[in-house]
Design a protein around this ligand. Structure first.
Ligand SMILES: NC(=O)c1ccc[n+]([C@@H]2O[C@H](COP(=O)([O-])OP(=O)(O)OC[C@H]3O[C@@H](n4cnc5c(N)ncnc54)[C@H](OP(=O)(O)O)[C@@H]3O)[C@@H](O)[C@H]2O)c1
Length: 293
């Protein structure tokens, strides 16, 4: 079983440096098999959301998995339709109830939804939840620099994390640097570039698969690692916490074995050079699907 290191967030809370993403796992047999495998292989951080339709099952599984609550780190998200202050508080209470937990470790705003323009109101409610000691850490997801600036201006707590689509094909380096400067830890979703992910509407032509990239394969070979492990290690060496999803026990284990090798600065630069701004998820500034969250 892997011993996954932790990172210290800006409020002193320790968070595992690798999490398990539960989107697209459903809530049936595949979900349960994957969760069992994840816990057996040492994952302690789990990233869910009401939108994934397994928030309740994630809570249920974790309550009964035999790992002490204080050793687990649970992330869930504020739905897009709940950015009004009172709705944010209610959404947190609903998440607790849904998951059967007394507290969530990390509650984050799923998307800024700028067209609604209430994310700063949501942030004020998140601050209230945090100051009342009801949640261990608060953060955001899919926030760009202008959205972060707004809550830094109107609020008084610096988010502990920003969960972003980010991988070697979409390094979003200026945003990551901005987060670092402000003390906001970056967690990356689609850390493997989203290969074979049913959530991704692949462009028919010209779709490059990150884990088939010759550079990723070449560097992996040198260390006896797969291209997926290289992508996850690239994140870790950039102070980013990846949250890969897998439904396959072998790949679930493989994705934990990333703390026993270190790539050189030249190799990291070679991987950085693969960046061509290829975004597969929604454009954060435009996304306003109110059923998501
Ligand atoms: N905050 C947000 O807005 C947001 C948005 C999207 C996702 N997320 C979070 O990020 C998590 C990760 O995103 P994701 O799962 O879509 O993308 P991903 O981790 O980049 O890719 C997952 C895909 O890679 C495959 N895979 C996993 N490990 C592999 C390995 N070692 N070698 C080859 N293929 C491998 C999986 O297939 P198998 O299952 O067959 O292994 C799955 O299809 C989600 O589960 C969710 O928790 C957050």
């Amino acid at each position: 079983m892997a011993n996954i290191p932790t990172v210290k967030l800006n409020n002193g809370v320790e968070m595992p440096q690798l999490g398990f993403g539960v989107a697209a796992l459903g809530n049936g047999k595949e979900f349960h098999r994957a969760m069992e495998s994840a816990v057996e292989n040492g994952y302690r951080m789990f990233d869910t959301a009401p939108f994934y339709e397994n928030e309740a099952e994630t809570g249920d599984f974790l309550r009964n998995c035999g790992v002490k609550r204080e050793e687990l780190f649970v992330i869930t998200k504020l739905p897009n339709a709940c950015h009004a202050y009172d709705d944010t508080i209610k959404a947190y209470e609903a998440a607790l109830k849904n998951m059967g937990l007394d507290y969530i470790d990390m509650f984050i705003i799923h998307f800024p939804v700028p067209s609604v323009g209430k994310y700063h109101e949501a942030w004020a409610a998140m601050e209230k939840l945090y100051e009342d000691g009801r949640v261990r850490a608060i953060g955001v997801s899919n926030f760009q620099e202008k959205h972060l600036n707004k809550i830094l201006e109107t609020g008084h707590i610096v988010p502990q994390i920003n969960e972003l689509e980010c991988n070697p094909y979409l390094t979003v380096r200026p945003l990551c640097n901005f987060c670092k400067e402000k003390g906001i830890h970056v967690v990356n979703w689609f850390p493997l570039g989203g290969p074979r992910n049913p959530l991704v509407p692949y462009p028919v032509d010209d779709f490059k698969v990150l884990i088939d990239d010759p550079v990723m394969i070449k560097i992996g070979k040198k260390y006896g690692k797969s291209p997926a492990q290289v992508a996850l290690r690239w994140a870790v060496q950039n102070d980013i916490t990846p949250i890969p999803k897998s439904s396959n026990p072998e790949r679930i284990r493989q994705n934990t074995e990333i703390f026993d090798f270190t790539m050189t600065a030249e190799e990291l630069a070679e991987i950085d050079a693969l960046d061509h701004g290829r975004r597969l998820g929604p454009e954060p500034d435009l996304f306003d699907d109110m059923t998501m969250g």
